[in-house]
Write a protein that binds this ligand. Structure first.
Ligand SMILES: NC(=O)c1ccc[n+]([C@@H]2O[C@H](COP(=O)([O-])OP(=O)(O)OC[C@H]3O[C@@H](n4cnc5c(N)ncnc54)[C@H](OP(=O)(O)O)[C@@H]3O)[C@@H](O)[C@H]2O)c1
Length: 369
């Protein structure tokens, strides 16, 4: 034992390289991290799953890959650009972006009052001398070890105590998806004047987009597979339409009485993409944070410029979005959609269920369960 009953070693799931689920290896005796001077050590209560874990494991981000996310190692993918930011991943790596837990040790430069507090972690690593510089960023669980372990360490600037009656597992459904979704809505300047079409409505980001667009008073139309439509409807969009309509324009007309929208908020891309762009009204906005159905799309530039559209990508948010989210959670303005919890040692099974996508919301791993 070292500090205050903190063991020298811990349970952790370690990604050993690019490949299949067998690259995720559960250890009982991985070294417990030691916090640096400006860091805190957190006992992890729960850690949510995300596609970035799957994409990094399978090297989906590599420019050599042109396929949808499947969780399988991809033909053409290359480990040299296997991380989200275009660099390589250094192995072994503990993944897991959405950790929630309790501060159990602090570095010399950190306020002692943080000890014992339950905190959420902002996944974005920043240069704290230049925090507005979005180019100087990394991601928790990608460029440093993350939350699929009993303990993790982060800069004290990346955490926020949270005052909520929600469980750790419920809180672990939020950060990656909701910060991304809020950043997309900010980038597209969505207001109560807007009708927003949301793809992947049953997923982490899609269900976050529904709640956060509603929070702003926008009218949102969510796309969903038929089997999950009742679950998506329960999240509260104005309407739900099928994820693979024969003709999206007609589907919108039948559902909401108009065949265009002000904004498309997309995390799916793929074959549907030209139809998504086709339904945006003149002067409208397209914002995108994912391409789970395929990153390579058929883009007719004429629609883009002749219709005066604005396109925004959304990945690294400016500082502040995470703090806004914690406020929404504390005030009950968004609710958690916890589909299932798995013990950390069953992370492979949890990730397979996440890839199978029979759920609405998110799946969470719980260490020591
Ligand atoms: N840029 C960022 O910082 C950032 C952050 C978070 C996520 N992302 C990306 O955004 C995308 C969505 O993330 P998420 O966390 O919301 O994912 P998720 O929870 O897995 O949900 C994705 C949803 O997309 C729908 N979908 C439609 N076509 C699909 C297809 N061909 N294959 C699989 N699913 C399809 C599915 O809903 P239905 O079955 O109902 O259609 C599914 O629920 C991913 O590509 C992820 O990597 C990016």
């Amino acid at each position: 034992m070292t500090l205050e009953g903190i063991p020298d070693s811990m349970q952790a799931v370690v990604l050993t390289g690019h490949g299949g689920l067998d690259k995720l290896v559960f250890h009982e005796d991985w070294p417990t991290p030691v916090p640096g001077a400006d860091q805190v050590l957190i006992r992890v209560g729960a850690c949510g799953l995300n596609n970035t874990d799957v994409n990094t494991r399978s090297a989906w981000y590599s420019k050599g890959n042109t396929d949808a996310t499947t969780g399988e190692i991809l033909v053409g993918a290359d480990g040299q650009d296997g991380a989200w930011g275009g660099a390589s991943v250094s192995f072994p790596r503990i993944q897991g972006a959405d950790a929630v837990g309790t501060v159990v040790n602090v570095g010399d430069q950190v306020e002692k009052s943080l000890m014992g507090q339950r905190v959420m972690i902002d996944g974005w690593l920043r240069d704290w001398d230049d925090p507005m510089n979005l180019a100087k960023t990394g991601y928790f669980g990608s460029e440093c070890d993350g939350g699929y372990a009993q303990y993790t360490k982060v800069s004290h600037r990346q955490i926020r105590p949270v005052d909520s009656s929600l469980s750790d597992a419920e809180l672990a459904t939020y950060v990656c998806s909701y910060v991304t979704a809020e950043n997309m809505l900010n980038r597209a300047k969505v207001t109560e004047e807007d009708t927003v079409l949301i793809t992947g409505g049953s997923g982490g980001v899609g269900s976050a987009l529904i709640q956060l667009a509603n929070r702003r008073g926008a009218r949102c139309i969510a796309m969903s597979g038929a089997d999950k439509a009742p679950g998506v409807r329960a999240v509260g969009p104005y309407a739900v339409i099928d994820r693979s309509p024969e003709d999206l324009r007609s589907a919108l007309l039948d559902t909401i009485g108009q065949d265009f929208v002000d904004v498309v908020a997309d995390v799916v891309g793929g074959a549907l993409w030209p139809q998504l762009i086709e339904v945006i009204s003149r002067g409208g906005r397209y914002t995108c944070a994912g391409a789970i159905a395929g990153p390579i799309v058929n883009f007719d530039l004429r629609i883009f410029y002749l219709r005066d559209l604005t396109f925004t990508g959304a990945t690294v948010p400016p500082p502040g979005v995470f703090a806004d989210l914690v406020g929404y959670i504390e005030r009950g303005e968004v609710r958690p959609l916890l589909a299932a919890t798995y013990p950390l040692e069953e992370l492979r099974e949890a990730q397979q269920a996440f890839i199978d996508k029979r759920h609405v919301g998110n799946i969470v791993a719980v260490p020591g369960a």
